[in-house]
Write a protein that binds this ligand. Structure first.
Ligand code: PMP
Length: 360
């Protein structure tokens, strides 16, 4: 007995966890700064923590009212119908729902290279094939309509990431519209706004009113600090929003996740503090790091450091965990998540020492 042919499937490589690294190096996790997974520098929304504590007694029941209430609240935030909110187990889960709703076996998808590893993984799980469009380093990974349309060949789903992980580059709303207009009527353009709160640009949400071929991905993992509870959603056009009922896993998000999400949505202070600090940290890293960096709309900065794996390893020994971008096909780059002011300053100081030594 064998599973199906998984030889084209890849393994997701997450940034390393603080406990894992601390244990390996014999360091105290409290002395380490983890800036490897674009998590929230202030931790979870305190209101969400309180909501999870308060709802612990309800763990024995399936999430029903909480799911309905959260979907209604998200719909209210975005001025759309509850059906248009496809709640899921993280943004990753929402990507799965979109692939599940769209792909027939053998359909292709178009993903960015470099890019977020889960787009091709999710497509392959759903029997799709994967093609790539190139974001060119020599053009600062610019994301334009032409970048995508040049490589588009009738794929069923086109993934756009704005702000892009790991480069930080963004698509303008006009370029997203041009891509949607320049692709077939039955090509879905998924605009992944996982880092949308950190960007100075507006969401492409208005496109959902005019088009039925654009969907948007959002998550509670970043600005709301809820990566550990797994909560995200897609916003989809009204025309086919009712497909959710036919493809979603029952109880798509847990009771605790839904309660945490509801509380976090009301915690404007936490989001505002996170977004403001990320904006400060992006500037600080770009100004103070002794390496070339790219302008970023997310809560992270990509930097060119030569040998990324050597830099990451040496920084880790000093208690700073950042992301070596080799798995993105950028072995000369690291991605540094925006930390608190203190954490970011310490990380930049350590990285500057390490870069000097590794380069020597
Ligand atoms: N999209 C992008 C570009 C991401 O970087 C991530 C998180 N790594 C996600 C989506 C999904 O995040 P989550 O499943 O935690 O919501």
């Amino acid at each position: 007995m064998e599973p199906r042919d998984l030889s084209s499937h890849t393994v997701y490589r997450a940034g390393r966890g603080i406990e894992e690294v601390a244990r390996e190096l014999g360091l105290d996790p409290d002395d380490m700064v983890k800036l490897a997974s674009n998590e929230n520098m202030f931790g979870p929304s305190p209101r969400a923590v309180e909501a999870i504590r308060a709802s612990a007694e309800r763990m024995h029941s399936y999430p029903k009212a909480s799911h309905t209430d959260l979907v209604a609240a998200i719909a209210g935030e975005w001025d759309c119908t509850p059906e248009q909110v496809w709640l899921a187990n993280g943004g990753d889960g929402a990507l799965d729902y979109l692939a599940r709703a769209m792909l027939e076996p053998g359909d292709d998808v178009l993903v960015p290279d470099p890019g977020f590893a889960y787009y091709p993984m999710s497509a392959r799980y759903h029997h799709g094939g994967v093609e790539e469009y190139t974001l060119a380093k020599e053009f600062d990974f610019a994301q334009t309509a032409d970048t995508v349309l040049r490589d588009y060949d009738g794929e069923r789903i086109v993934y756009l990431t704005s702000p892009h992980n790991p480069t930080g580059a963004e698509f303008s709303r006009a370029s997203v519209e041009a891509i949607a207009a320049g692709t077939h009527d039955d090509t879905l353009v998924v605009v992944d706004e996982a880092y949308g709160e950190f960007s100075e640009s507006e969401s492409v949400r208005p496109l959902l009113d005019d088009r039925d071929d654009v969907a948007i991905l959002r998550t509670f993992s970043k600005a709301y600090g809820l990566a550990g509870v797994r909560l995200g959603y897609a916003l989809v056009p009204e025309a086919w929003a009712n497909a959710y009922a036919r493809i979603n896993t029952p109880f798509a998000a847990s009771e605790l996740a839904c309660r945490a999400g509801l509380a976090a949505l009301d915690d404007d202070d936490h989001v505002q503090k996170s977004v403001e600090t990320a904006a400060w940290a992006r500037e600080y890293i770009r100004e103070e790091l002794a390496a070339d960096t790219w302008k970023s709309g997310g809560n992270f900065v990509l930097a060119e450091v030569g040998d990324a794996s050597a830099v990451a390893e040496a920084a880790q020994a000093e208690g700073i965990i950042i992301r070596d971008c080799s798995s993105f096909g950028l072995p000369e780059c690291i991605r540094i998540t925006c930390g608190t002011r203190e954490g970011t300053k310490r990380a930049v100081a350590v990285l500057n020492d390490v870069i000097e030594v590794v380069e020597a």
